[in-house]
Design a protein around this ligand. Structure first.
Ligand SMILES: *Cc1c(COP(=O)(O)O)cnc(C)c1O
Length: 373
């Protein structure tokens, strides 16, 4: 147990397995592993090292400082910074050989002039907003943008990319339309230039659901970590992904209380019968959010126990009346498997009223992580 009462375990063996599965699914396309937000809570550097050993040669991060840390950790290969760079971090971009996503003319000119000043060149990926309604330039502006890019020194077009907002939704029509628009835009750009850049648009949902949309390179995030971007998949291969993260703690107090006993702040739960409660050293400071109050379940002695009363900053209470012999020191699984039972990130996401991505970031980035191979 050492000095941490609860722990996140990261199973790198499962990460490797998921990476190999994705390889099979993507065939000849390249893989850009998305490791932003500390690899969705799994730890960016150990995840990148593991994936590099698996042959992954491109990594996606949000900000320049993440790319700098990857280089300091001896990660080679392409590192693509999704949010671009501000002036002050351009020297890091050049020193570390990072590639930048671009989405504006002024931004492009700034990169060009700083890179020229340092006698260098920066690879850029043009982001096209094909229907995400977020970052990127309009498809109509893309051909001219590329023409002006080709006139500039200090920059070269490493990629052209876009992003899907609804590839997880089997009823959405937009994904096919977006893809067609992206391909048409690539063709228009290609007509006027000597295009040798890579095209990429597919996130995990599109990788799994739309094999025809993989383009030159795919950008998996959530699937690497063993979760699905959609509720369930009928695709047999997709069932084989293994969740990489588990979250466990242990019981620090057990107590027998009468019926009518008020549990935790606000007395939001009152026992209906004489009950046995167990107290856990976990709370919203650990990313186990207060919205889980009176909703979540955990595993102890291989059985499901309901959470009771408000989740506090560092404590939460569970009802173990129906589970024989629970004692101080017993392992409690908040996310992951124990015995025959399993609590998934999706289930917690349902209780928290969010998506599995947020659960992984919250638990992974707010607890001490331990790595198993
Ligand atoms: C986060 C992100 C991804 C990964 O999406 P998943 O749904 O986790 O596979 C891909 N592309 C971009 C631009 C992203 O920001």
């Amino acid at each position: 147990m050492a000095s941490h009462m609860s722990r996140v375990d990261i199973n790198l063996g499962s990460l490797r397995k998921n990476c190999r599965l994705l390889r099979k699914i993507i065939g000849n396309a390249d893989m850009l592993a998305v490791i932003k937000s500390d690899a969705y809570g799994h730890g960016m550097v150990p995840v990148a090292k593991c994936l590099a050993e698996e042959g992954v040669q491109a990594f996606g991060v949000a900000e320049v400082h993440e790319g700098v840390l990857l280089r300091q950790s001896d990660i080679a290969g392409d590192i693509i910074v999704f949010l671009g760079a501000d002036k002050n971090s351009m020297s890091d971009v050049i020193r570390c050989g990072l590639e930048l996503v671009v989405f504006g003319t002024e931004q492009l000119q700034e990169i060009s002039s700083i890179a020229c000043g340092l006698d260098s060149r920066v690879g850029v990926h043009l982001k096209i907003d094909s229907g995400m309604g977020r970052l990127g330039i309009s498809p109509d502006d893309a051909p001219d943008f590329v023409k002006s890019l080709e006139q500039l020194k200090g920059v070269y077009l490493a990629g052209i990319m876009s992003h899907f907002p609804q590839a997880d939704d089997p009823h959405a029509q937009i994904t096919e339309k977006q893809y067609d628009l992206f391909i048409q835009t690539l063709e228009k750009i290609g007509r006027g230039s000597s295009l040798s850049s890579v095209s990429h648009i597919a996130n995990s949902a599109a990788i799994l659901r739309f094999p025809q949309m993989h383009c030159d390179m795919v950008r998996p995030g959530i699937s690497l970590y063993g979760c699905y971007p959609f509720v369930s998949s009928l695709d047999a291969i997709a069932q084989e992904f293994e969740s990489v993260m588990t979250y466990t703690t242990h019981v620090i107090q057990v107590k027998d209380v009468p019926a009518g006993f008020a549990v935790s702040y606000g007395g939001t739960y009152i026992t209906e019968r004489p009950s046995r409660l167990a107290v856990l050293p976990v709370g919203y400071n650990n990313g186990y959010l207060r919205s889980l109050s009176n909703r979540a379940q955990v595993l102890v002695r291989g059985k499901r126990a309901p959470q009771r009363g408000r989740v506090c900053m560092n404590l939460t209470i569970i009802d173990v009346t129906d589970i024989e012999g629970v004692s101080v020191g017993d392992e409690v699984v908040l996310m992951g498997g124990q015995g025959e039972n399993q609590i998934t990130a999706d289930e917690i996401a349902g209780w928290m009223n969010t998506i599995n991505y947020e659960v992984l970031c919250l638990l992974g980035n707010n607890n001490k992580r331990f790595y198993n191979s």
